[in-house]
Design a protein around this ligand. Sequence first.
Ligand code: ZN
Length: 480
Amino acid sequence: MSEPTTALPPALLVDLRAALASEELVTEGDDLAYYGTDRCRGDWPVAPSVVALPRTVEQVQAVVRACAAHGAAIVPSGGRTGLCGAATATRGEVVLSLQRMHRILEVDPAARLLRCEAGATVEAVQLAAAEHGLMYPVDFAAKGSAHIGGSIATNAGGVKVLRYGLTRSWVQGLRVVVASGECLRLGGGLVKDNTGYDLRQLFIGAEGTLGVVVEATLRLCAPPAGLVVALCAVPDEARVLELFARVQAHGLTLQAFECFDQGCLRRVLEHRGMQGKGPFDPPSPQHALIEVEVPEPGDAAHEATADALAECLADAQEQGLIADAVLAANGSQARELWALREDTSESLHRHRPHKSDVSVPVAELPRFLAAWRRRVVEALPGVEAVVFGHIGDGNLHLNLLQPEREDPQAFAARCKAFDEHTYALVAEHHGSVSAEHGIGLLKRAHLHHSRSPGELQMMRGIKQALDPTGLFNPGKVLPP
Ligand code: ZN
């Protein structure tokens, strides 16, 4: 249920109707709330006044100019998979959805560049790159729904950050509609362009608070010649880290190094009706999913990489770093091992988890986790904590599961109060309150744990300079 919408100035509606066809404008019904909020709703109100679904850059400019002229705020909206409320209209804003601007405009295989409209999904970009034997390597579970524009606005991460970096590393150029209604071209075809402030980078990770990304030029790369995947049973988190160091020291190039604990795996197996049929007997407290790259094409190179990983894991087992390991013999076994990790979020869903996406320096991970788990036991009796994450990036997804009989609202209130402990602990360990999902509405109040007063003041100054009237996504990112 959406909250009652705030009335739109009639003159603004006249201007919007002049810019957009009637089916490009939603003023009532379920679609208002659909486009007006993140797919995973928080406890904030949902109150968009209208949804604009432009098909062209000129229409985006017209909407921005109309809103600026009538003092209406804009919530830029992509695939709405960010989970932090950055795409939620809470007080009668105009939602500007890029949903209908989804064309792949150009692929230049020689330059390894792809240009697309902001509403293209991350998956569509990956597929278009693959048609030319190339790869867009930013990869995460929501890629089928997430828009490129939204992934740029939130600087999305995922499971391959260890090898390829965040979205930021892959954006060569942007077209952005700014508060004046002008469409700026920021970077593009040039690799070398050393001409002062890099404005393009400002819009990456700004969560739609500085302007609307309408088009992107993305870098592509060659895909790996092959991949070898293994799943390890590890006694504890400290040894997961030692294993991480060991695999790298062995000269293997990691594509991913993920972890998930016994609580996560149990939920995945339950979700599939496979209770007790896990990959290891006895069940392991911790797991490390390792994916390494085969350096060159051909069966011989593939075998050599698999042998090297097997040898590395045998050494690790001898020294007590791991209790057991499964090496995938083929692609379908590799996908099966990956699914044990990637199905985690979906499998936890029915336990209504309270989630936190945080990072700490890799070396701090075991100390941080031990301290966090201790605090959960002390402050949240009856609540089970389960953790998975991208160990190689120091990124943990902390999940507090709702006890069966607890009232959802009481549980949410307990967890919300506990968040302050979590983020204070993150700060003590020199970490970040948001590793990859962003700030949105969800973490504004905790941003001070990761950004100094000087930084926050500078961020406010940038917002003031680029969006002096507060046109774009008011109330998001910066603390009130
Ligand atoms: Zn993640």
